[in-house]
Structures are given as structure tokens and as C-alpha cells.
Design a binder for this molecule. Sequence first.
Ligand code: SAH
Length: 220
Amino acid sequence: MVIERDRERMIRDIEAGIAMTASHTGREHFADRVMAAMRAVPREEFVPADMRHAAFRDGALPVGHGQTISQPYIVALMTDLLDLDGDETVLEIGTGTGYQAAILAQLARRVYSVERIPELAASARERVGRLGYDNIEIRCDDGYAGWPEHAPYDAIAVTAAAPRIPEALVEQLKPGGRLVLPLGRRGGHQELVLVTRDQNGKIERRSVLGVAFVPLVESA
Ligand code: SAH
């Protein structure tokens, strides 16, 4: 099948990306279950119909409203950095198409995802429901505030670039929890940063890789 072949090419591209960036990320391999999730989630269902031919290319793709679905390698990297075992409650900021949420939902118990654009939140909700992901909940709101009702979270992924680490997200992270987010301005230098909170609440941050994300928009 054509899709099968394209999907395997995507996996090989991700593996090439892992090898190329290992000296920055400190990870020579990603967890088998992360790679299994990348194979399992039908990426072609998350891109606009006229973009299906390009769904498995290792790049970001436009999905309307000036937004993009992230490059497969970056989705895999962010997921791998969260070290999910299967029992976690995860928060995602920036639902977009719901693709990253679906990957996280394969690997954790429950995923809460926040999207500020109502049309994207609605279509992502419809899509993940249709595909049978019943452990994802999507809310339309400003992600800078996180989602306090379901906090604290074992892991948080932000899929849009913020100029600084949103305070609310650190507050909603469990001791021992992990937060991964791109930091920086639109068009300027952005870095993927891993923030960990230890059992005493002490915060540490490590810069992982230079990246390019759409901005995490601040409400006026
Ligand atoms: N994770 C998505 C891609 C994210 S693109 C996927 O897998 O498809 C970044 C998304 O963040 C966009 O949909 C954008 O609308 C959203 N976003 C930007 N600023 C936001 C904010 N303040 N709160 C919530 N979502 C925001």
C-alpha cells in the first residue's frame, strides 16, 4: 500500500533526524513505544485533504488559520522527552489538528489539550472522536493559563513558541513532572527547552535544540 510505504519513509526520516541531532538532544534513540505511536497514528487524517500527498514528509504543513502541523521528527522528539510510561495525565497547549494530542494519547492515560482558535478546537475534537481517541479532551481557551481543573500534570507539551515560560504551566506541573516547550519569538531564535520540577519543587531547565514554531499568542 502506498500509505504504508510513505509511513515507513517517515519513520526512516525520523530515525535520520534522531541520529543527526543526538549530540544536541542527548538521545541516540527514541523509546520503542514512541516510534510505535508515530507508526500507529494515521497522520494523513490530520492534514487537509489537498495536502494528503505530503502528509508523511518530514516537514511542517499548513493546516489553515495561519497554523501548521509540526514536523514528524519534532513531534517524536517532544514526545520522547516527556518519558511517558502509560499512566500519566498530560496537558498539551496548542491542539492545532490534534495530531500531537493523538500521539500523546497512545502513550499516556489521559490528554487535555487547549487551543485558542475555536474552529481548530472544534475540528480537532471532531477528528479525534471519529478516530476513536476517547482519552483526549479539548478546550478552547488561552493556553497561557493552562487547564487548572485537571492539574497537576505529569507532563506538559507546548506546541507553539512562547517568549517566556508561562508561570501557570510550571504551577500545574507535578513534582517530578516534565514540561517541554519552544522558547523564543516568531522568526527569531527559538529553542526547545525541557523544564523539570523535582520532588522539592525546584525547577531546572535544559536547552535541547534550535526549532521554528508558530507563536503562542498572548491575549490582548
Ligand atoms: N500540536 C498541533 C500543532 C500546533 S500549531 C498539531 O499537532 O497539529 C500551534 C497551535 O497553537 C495553533 O493551533 C495555534 O492556534 C495554537 N495557539 C497559539 N497561541 C495559543 C494560546 N495562547 N493558547 C492556546 N493555543 C494557542
